[in-house]
Design a binder for this molecule. Structure first.
Ligand SMILES: Cc1cc2nc3c(=O)[nH]c(=O)nc-3n(C[C@H](O)[C@H](O)[C@H](O)COP(=O)(O)O)c2cc1C
Length: 211
């Protein structure tokens, strides 16, 4: 299916967190630019656009990050009770090298100056804005046949140093992005028995949270 045949609901249903289905090809620059353009069109508190995107393609950098993530994966596994550790073991949690492209999405709390319209009482609205850029990116990539996998098994300090973030710029996500063979229909964590989703009617409440 091509992007022009898909409507927004199709893309939302197709989107997956991708780890194992990367083809090994690298996403071409024109496609990557369209995906980043979609991210950059996200809503943001006070129109502050607090995000930046660091595109990483150096094999050595991808490898260094993958090695760091592998250490964090082991730390997480070793802290699990034995039964959960056994469920976790076969789950792939990243496709850093295979995807061929990493996109580090960052957040700048200073962007937009001292009076960001709408952020005064809820400071997290800045981070929310960066995350909306990620969701736009993720959906646009899906429409292009490009898989995205969000990797959060890292020490923020390590990633900041790896890609040279200046003081005050926080990493929000490492996204693996690359062409995929297919999108799984069921999330990996469900397929591997780690955790299933819950039905919408459990998430929707009427008038109060208890309703
Ligand atoms: C903030 C955030 C961090 C995540 N970190 C990881 C991660 O480190 N490794 C991983 O394999 N998946 C990660 N995921 C993907 C989730 O596991 C995935 O979105 C969820 O299981 C639902 O699957 P789906 O995205 O395919 O619908 C992350 C997702 C989010 C939103």
């Amino acid at each position: 299916m091509y992007a022009e045949d898909l409507n927004v609901y199709d893309v939302i249903r197709m989107r997956r967190d991708v780890r194992a289905e990367f083809t090994g090809d690298v996403v071409d620059d024109a496609t990557l630019w369209r995906i980043l353009d979609a991210a950059h069109r996200a809503p943001s508190v006070g129109n502050s656009q607090p995000w930046d995107f660091v595109v990483v393609r150096e094999r050595a950098t991808l490898r260094r990050f993958a090695d760091h993530v592998a250490e964090k994966r082991i730390e997480f596994r070793d802290a699990l009770p034995p039964e959960r550790a056994a469920t976790f073991e076969p789950i792939k949690i990243e496709g850093i090298v295979e995807s061929g492209t990493g996109i580090v999405v960052t957040y700048d709390h200073q962007r937009g100056g001292p009076q960001v319209l709408g952020r005064a009482t809820v400071p997290e609205t800045g981070i929310y804005s960066a995350v909306l850029a990620i969701q736009n990116l993720w959906l646009a990539a899906t429409a292009e046949g490009v898989g995205v996998g969000w990797v959060s098994f890292y020490d923020p300090g390590f990633l900041s140093e790896l890609v040279g973030l200046p003081d005050g710029i926080r990493p929000v996500a490492w996204l693996c992005a690359g062409p995929v063979r297919e999108f799984q229909r069921v999330p990996d964590l469900e397929r591997f028995g780690w955790r299933s989703g819950r039905p919408l009617d459990e998430a929707v409440h009427r008038e109060t949270f208890r309703g």
